[in-house]
Design a binder for this molecule. Structure first.
Ligand code: MTE
Ligand code: MO
Length: 493
């Protein structure tokens, strides 16, 4: 209705998220969303956009770009933006809030994939320099903006809702003072780690950020046990353990509307070490990693370790979020139009390894043949707390193999540089290999002196090992790219 009133943007701003009548702008139209909030499927995160334009948020939550969403919004249309505030029919760019304007500063050494939202890899030289990745070099995977720091972090509240609907609230101070603190050393790995290799190796582009080897990092986390908090909130942990509770899943939600869930079995497993963490490597959680509180689900895909944790809900159902139901699942290489319901959500991770360092040295002779010294390093990791038992390295493209030395991190033997906390093998293992590359492993390529292909694959304690080819495990979302890591290395190039 073109007869509706015109509003200046300054007027719309007064109808912010805490006002009694929140408004939003979409294109040049103004909507009073007061009555929509309770019905909004994404919850009251919609208030983040109130007082301004909803469009930058819908660029993040692309799920909204559907006709039915516009139809819903149309019911709340109350007016238009005054022509004085429009440029080319839209509110001027500088008048629109940037959802990412409050994101923290980052270490420039991180390899940025996308700035808004922030996605960045650990730089290769820092990958396995330390057993525990320094906090400011830990990879970052944000689907949205980083929620604002609460005025008083100790007052940040976590709401725990049991399956009978009863709720209990804990402030961060409550968690720290009323429960025993635990430390757990655990790697987090994004299910998209090495997706770039999958696309290149299979010769088919998989959808998603083209992560290299750096969407995995390792840290020591400090917090309280999820099962202790559930017990305190009134949940019968023994029934969860026995599998007799009605609640089968523990759903986590973050302040910016991200959500995911884990099976009850993992949540209450006394050896599962699921933490509500507020500390990382002896410091408070950095904002990018979930300050002031996050879930840490060791051995599982990092997508379940929900950051900026504000709600825990026990349910007979998995989280309804798109990240539980419409993403982070794998299908066959032929399945390009998928029925998401037919595959389980990724939880425990498969076995993975990568080469993160490679130095060629001087030429020498071995058994009468010329060979070049090579020093390789990298990581190996498996999910479910399964220990890495062997790392195989090949310097000739997979024809012959040797075993890398697994560094003594996490062990009690002499030379252990870092102890590990927790019941499972949740941390990554670093490996080193000193070897000789036979001269005939370097294939002569025009313009290059010679290229050899180095390969690594790891095996875990269940004798699971990595697939040889990415073609065999290619999937449309490029999840769980765990095929042998092949690295072409050029001598004297
Ligand atoms: N939690 C919230 N609230 N929002 C997010 O975007 N990303 C998930 C998980 N938890 C995410 C989240 C994904 S996909 C990954 S890989 C890890 O956080 C990344 O954790 P990190 O940024 O601390 O490395
Ligand atoms: Mo992820």
């Amino acid at each position: 209705d073109p007869g509706l009133p015109r509003f200046r943007i300054a007027e719309v701003r007064k109808h912010h998220g805490q006002s009694p009548h929140p408004w939003v702008i979409h294109d040049d139209k103004v909507y009073d969303i007061t009555d929509w909030i309770a019905a909004h499927p994404g919850g009251d995160v919609i208030l983040r956009a109130a007082g301004g334009s909803i469009d930058p948020y819908w660029d993040i939550f692309t799920i909204h770009k559907a006709d039915y969403v516009y139809d819903i919004l149309a019911q709340y249309h109350i007016g238009f933006i005054d022509a004085a505030d429009l440029v080319d029919g839209r509110p001027a760019q500088e008048q629109i809030e940037d959802p990412f304007s409050d994101d923290p500063d980052r270490n420039p050494a991180l390899i940025t994939m996308t700035a808004k939202p922030r996605n960045a890899e650990t730089p290769t030289d820092a990958m396995t320099a330390d057993f525990l990745t320094p906090n400011d070099l830990f990879y970052v995977r944000n689907h949205m903006w980083v929620p604002a720091v609460p005025d008083d972090p100790g007052k940040h509240t976590l709401t725990v809702e049991l399956d009978d609907g009863t709720t209990k609230e804990y402030t961060l101070d409550d968690l720290k003072t009323r429960f025993r603190a635990h430390k757990v050393t655990a790697a987090l790995q994004c299910s998209g780690n090495r997706r770039k290799h999958m696309s290149e190796g299979a010769g088919r582009k998989a959808n998603g950020l083209p992560w290299n080897v750096g969407a995995i990092s390792n840290a020591s986390w400090e917090g309280v046990l999820l099962s202790d908090v559930l017990a305190d909130a009134g949940f019968d942990v023994a029934s969860g353990l026995a599998g007799t509770s009605e609640a089968k899943h523990v759903q986590f939600s973050g302040l910016e509307a991200y959500g995911a869930s884990i099976p009850m079995k993992k949540a209450v497993d006394p050896q599962g070490d699921v933490l509500l963490a507020y500390g990382m490597n002896g410091q408070p959680l950095p904002r990018d990693h979930g300050f002031p509180l996050r879930a840490i689900v060791p051995g599982h895909v990092a997508a379940r370790s929900v950051k900026w944790l504000s709600h825990i809900t026990l349910s007979d159902e998995e989280s309804l979020s798109q990240w539980q139901r419409r993403d982070y699942k794998c299908f066959g290489p032929n399945q390009t139009h998928v029925d998401w319901e037919t595959a389980p959500a990724i939880q425990e991770m498969p076995v993975q390894s990568a080469i993160t360092g490679c130095k060629l040295g001087e030429w020498t002779r071995t058994q009468g043949k010329l060979a070049q010294k090579a020093v390789l390093s990298g990581y190996a990791y498996s999910g479910g707390g399964r220990a890495i038992v062997r790392v195989d390295v090949s310097l000739d493209g997979g024809k012959s193999w040797c075993q890398a030395k697994i560094l003594p991190d996490c062990t009690t033997s002499d030379g252990a540089s870092s102890p590990c906390f927790g019941h499972g093998s949740w941390a990554w293992r670093r490996w080193r290999y000193d070897g000789l590359v036979p001269v005939d492993a370097f294939k002569q390529v025009p313009d290059k002196k010679g290229t050899a292909t180095f390969v690594v694959k790891a095996t875990d304690e269940s004798y699971n090992t990595q697939p040889e080819s990415h073609a065999a495990t290619w999937n449309l979302r490029g999840n769980l790219a765990t095929a042998w890591h092949r690295l072409d290395v050029c001598s004297d190039c």
